[in-house]
Every structure is written in C-alpha cells, then in structure tokens.
Design a protein around this ligand. Structure first.
Ligand SMILES: C[S@@+](CC[C@H](N)C(=O)[O-])C[C@H]1O[C@@H](n2cnc3c(N)ncnc32)[C@H](O)[C@@H]1O
Length: 281
C-alpha cells in the first residue's frame, strides 16, 4: 500500500503530543545510566519541510507547532521545552520550517552508549532518512517492514529498550495488527517499553486496538490522550493518543505535565485529556 506521506500532516496537534511525550519517555528511561535500545519502527523521513507543497496543502501545522511556537520563550514543562529546543536547533533563522519528527527527537537524545534503529519501507521516506542522518554503529537505518523489524531486532542486547510504533493506519486491520505485533514482541521482550500512537477518528477504530491489547494479558498499559474537542473542525482527526506498555514510573509526572500544558495551550480548555491506565499493573 504505502500511499501515506507524513509530510502532509507534519507539525499538527498529534505530532506535538507524540513527540513531546516520546521525549519525556526517553528522558525518564535515561535516568538510569545503562545502555538503551531505541527502535523507531515507522520512522518516516526524520525531518519535514513545512514550506513544501505537501505541508502547505492543508497547513495542518497551524493546529500544532504553528499555534504553540509563539510560546517558546515562556516557562513550559520540561518535555515541551525539550521539543522547542530541538526545533530551534534545526532552524538557525528562528523559525520552524525544518520540523523534526520522531527519529530526529530520538537521534538528538541518544547517548554515546545507546543505540537507535529507524525503519521505513517507503522509498521516498527512506531516502529522506538517509539524507538527514548518517548511519553509524550506534544508529542504523533500515528500509524494512516494521512488523518484520520488530521480530528481527528484539530482544535487544542492551536488555532495555523503547519501541515506538507510529503506523499510518492506512488499512483498518492495522489497529489489530499492531496489537498482535506488540503481544508477540512482549513474549520475547517483556520488559520493553512499547509506545503505540493512535488517532481519534470518527470511525473510532482505536477501540479495536484497545480491545485486542486488553485481551492480550499484558499488564501496565498507560493511556495518554488528547481530544481537541472540536477546536480544529477542518481536520477529520479530532485528537490522538499513545498507549504505553511498561510506562516508566520516572516519566509519569513529566508526561502528565506535558499533556496538561498541551491541552491548555492548544485547545484553550476545550479539549478532553485522559491520563490513566488502560490496563493497570
Ligand atoms: C505516521 S508516519 C510516521 C511519522 C513519524 N513517526 C514521525 O513522528 O515523524 C508512518 C510511516 O510508516 C511508514 N510505514 C507504513 N507501513 C510500514 C511498514 N509496514 N513498515 C515500515 N514502514 C511503514 C510510512 O511510509 C510512513 O512514513
């Protein structure tokens, strides 16, 4: 399939939530000075051009980074400040045209003893990744099916890892497929932190993902979600969320503060946020 291109959506409200929370999670795991393996299984191109015809088509970034950018000099929660700093580091002129995606966030946070792998199957997206980053012993790029990579790369030799799953959900079965892939990976690498992004769309297919994961027997699944409450009627996607298997305790306060801040500033209090266990310990 692979017709999806994230450049059309880059910088929107869902990207804000996913990249800030992803940073909070990695920072929480890095409180331990032991090596970490990070896998960005659905990486896309790493850095997006918000001046491109694709990004300008629907200007989805106006619902996210465009709305928050004027607040970058104010005091914000740590996770939001980290995200602003990353965008600033990519844009010498003070703008946000070069918009860093999940791989850029993970790449920036990788310590010298951590390892990062990023996969994308789309030829153009993979080429974008290759142009944005140099691969090295610590950072590998894979033009590879994410489902196959999860099988092949887990469990990691570091025995500590975060697996970020951000599929395009082009086919409705993908909600179930992701749950099945996590269930299978969890059997082989039970201590891994699995982070699954999902959209809130009118068809509410994220419920299939929830159902399947609840049935899997996996415990300790945190749900971090923001429904923008009709603030962006031009978009089908009213909000988004992340399910986090084995959510690290050290990151929970930071994530909650980030979610509150994003909700307050993106939706002016009109949004609904959810921070709690889908499945408790
Ligand atoms: C939502 S985008 C990822 C956005 C990115 N994580 C970010 O936050 O910057 C999903 C990406 O997954 C890729 N993709 C879809 N199915 C895939 C598969 N089975 N294996 C590898 N990549 C896939 C698509 O080409 C697309 O670039």
């Amino acid at each position: 399939m692979l017709s999806y291109q994230h450049s059309y959506h880059a910088g929107n409200h869902a990207d804000v939530l996913k990249h800030v929370i992803l940073g909070d999670l990695v920072a929480g795991m890095q409180k331990k000075e032991t090596p970490l393996f990070l896998l960005d299984a659905f990486a896309s191109r790493g850095i997006y051009d918000l001046d491109s015809p694709e990004a300008l088509k629907n200007r989805e970034f106006d619902t996210g980074v465009g709305k928050l950018w004027p607040l970058r000099h104010y005091k914000t929660p740590e996770g939001v400040a980290r995200w602003f700093a990353l965008i600033t580091s990519e844009n010498v002129d003070g703008g946000f045209v070069r918009f860093p995606g999940s791989t850029a966030m993970l790449h920036a946070m990788t310590r010298e003893f951590d390892r990062l792998a990023a996969c994308d199957l789309h030829p153009q997206e993979f080429e974008g990744l290759r142009q944005s980053f140099n691969s090295s012993r610590r950072f590998s790029l894979h033009k590879r099916d994410a489902f196959e990579a999860i099988k092949g790369l887990l469990p990691p030799k570091e025995k500590r890892g975060l697996i970020f799953l951000d599929p395009s959900y082009e086919v409705k079965d993908e909600y179930r497929d992701i749950a099945k892939a996590v269930t299978e990976a969890h059997r082989r690498f039970a201590s891994g932190v699995y982070v699954i992004w999902y959209p809130l769309l009118p068809a509410e297919r994220h419920n299939d993902l929830f159902k399947e994961l609840k049935r899997s027997g996996i415990r300790k699944i945190l749900r971090v979600e923001l429904d923008c409450g009709g603030c962006f009627p031009e978009m089908q996607m009213s909000g988004s969320g992340l399910l986090i298997v084995n959510a690290p305790w050290h990151a929970q306060q930071a994530m909650q503060e980030s979610l509150n801040w994003i909700c307050d500033h993106l939706t002016e209090g009109k949004g609904n946020k959810h921070f709690g266990w889908l499945v408790p310990e």
